[in-house]
Design a protein around this ligand. Structure first.
Ligand code: ADP
Ligand code: MG
Length: 226
């Protein structure tokens, strides 16, 4: 069995709402290997974002283990988790979360500089990525000067700027019109195929989900293959 890039073992997560206890994730088990693309299709409120945040080391589960490239993370401190997240994981949100006061190029270069790369090198690599995503003519534009699809493609470039092994995306095309969604999705898939990325993508778009290797859903806080 090839090593999983992401493995979730017996993950549980609940929230409290007043006196009520909401069991969102009860026993999540999921493995995603190198080069594998997995769609997460489940209704709103079923726990997709919670699951992605736990897989992305942005949130800790109540119990269970998240393994990134075989490394268990539950006993890591916050600094260790942050370092691992920055080097191994790219995250794409439904709303791009680009920094409004920076250009497209700077938005893609910044995470690399935070990871320790020099400015010139980071900018050169950012330009290469923007070029690859057919955005080089937009490099100096700030987010508000870009269309929704362009903003989301810049967010994709930013997510993969540090050459992560794992890409997590939370309804990345949920905010786009169908044609733009197709284009952004194709960009994501091409990138995953050409770089051997493992990807977990939450989406409501069944047509796009059909183009991925596997489809899973959440039922009663557990993963079910579709
Ligand atoms: P999805 O992404 O599938 O729409 P979420 O993971 O965002 O689902 O949320 C799952 C459930 O957990 C929802 O009912 C939501 O209201 C609840 N929830 C999410 N985050 C919190 C929180 N920080 N505190 C309390 N409840 C939360
Ligand atoms: Mg969500």
């Amino acid at each position: 069995m090839s090593e999983a890039v992401l493995e979730l073992r017996n993950i549980a997560r609940h929230y409290r709402e007043g006196l009520a206890r909401l069991d969102i994730l009860t026993d999540i088990n999921l493995r995603i290997c190198r080069g594998e693309t997995v769609a997460l299709i489940a209704p709103s409120g079923s726990g997709k974002s919670t699951l992605l945040h736990i897989a992305g080391l942005l949130e800790r589960p109540d119990s269970g283990e998240t393994l990134i490239c075989g490394a268990p993370t539950s006993r890591m401190n916050d600094g260790e988790r942050t370092r691992l997240r920055r080097s191994a994981i790219g995250f794409i949100y439904q709303f791009h979360h680009l920094l409004p006061e920076f250009s497209a190029l700077e938005n893609v270069a910044l995470p690399q500089m935070i990871a320790g790369l020099g400015g010139a090198e980071a900018r050169a690599r950012a330009m290469e990525l923007l070029d690859y995503l057919k955005l080089s003519a937009r490099a100096s534009h700030r987010p508000f000067e870009l269309s929704g699809g362009e903003q989301q493609r810049v967010a994709i470039a930013r997510a993969v700027a540090n050459a992560p092994q794992l890409l997590l995306a939370d309804e990345p095309t949920g905010n786009l019109d169908p044609r733009t969604a197709d284009h952004v999705f194709e960009t994501l898939m091409t990138l995953a195929r050409n770089t051997g990325l493992a990807a977990l993508i939450a989406t409501h778009n069944l047509e796009l989900a059909e183009k991925m290797d596997r489809r899973v859903t959440l039922r009663d806080g557990r993963i079910e293959e579709l």
